[in-house]
Write a protein that binds this ligand. Sequence first.
Ligand code: COA
Length: 177
Amino acid sequence: MIQHHVIRSRAPKHEDVTIRPARRVDADAIVELVNGYAAEGIMLPRTLDSVVHALDDFVVAVDRRGRLLGCGALKEYSPSLAEVSSLAIARAAHGSGLGKRIVRQVEELSLKRGITELFALTLTPAFFESAGYAVADRSAYPEKIRRDCLRCPRRIRCDEVCVSRSLAEERALEVAA
Ligand SMILES: CC(C)(COP(=O)(O)OP(=O)(O)OC[C@H]1O[C@@H](n2cnc3c(N)ncnc32)[C@H](O)[C@@H]1OP(=O)(O)O)[C@@H](O)C(=O)NCCC(=O)NCCS
């Protein structure tokens, strides 16, 4: 099987980028990208197994040669609540709008599944704010605390900020406009 890696050269132009559901062939590159940031303490690490099992939840950005530029995933907590997780853009492609495009695709996936409440825990709340999220109180998401935070080595000194967005409200505003 051909395995594609994470792009390390300059970011391709907007029209050369495809955002699509992840496939098995993307899994190794997703792990490489996410775990590169995890090694810097910016993200939580992922195993290849966990990515392969959750492939249907992942969205990727690839260039014309199939090299991975970025990824993001929808992590479901309940029929109405999910987290935007494992969001990572290759450094070479930072600042070209890809992060926002992937978040939008994860939101589309969420809406397709009927999930309208999204949250994220992030060290870069300004990025999420520019994508329409607002800072929120993480105690509003006890499911997240139970599933991940209690097992996280940084739970005592966590500096991640919780942000959230209600897609139902956004859609209602769009329809009314
Ligand atoms: C955070 C990250 C996903 C942003 O991706 P990106 O493709 O560079 O972001 P975009 O180009 O889509 O930027 C969208 C907006 O966010 C802003 N933004 C991007 N990164 C930012 C940062 N680190 N701090 C503040 N604002 C930021 C941009 O200025 C832009 O604002 P605008 O729409 O008002 O012009 C990317 O830097 C990354 O992968 N970082 C390492 C991993 C990480 O932190 N993941 C998030 C974990 S939840």
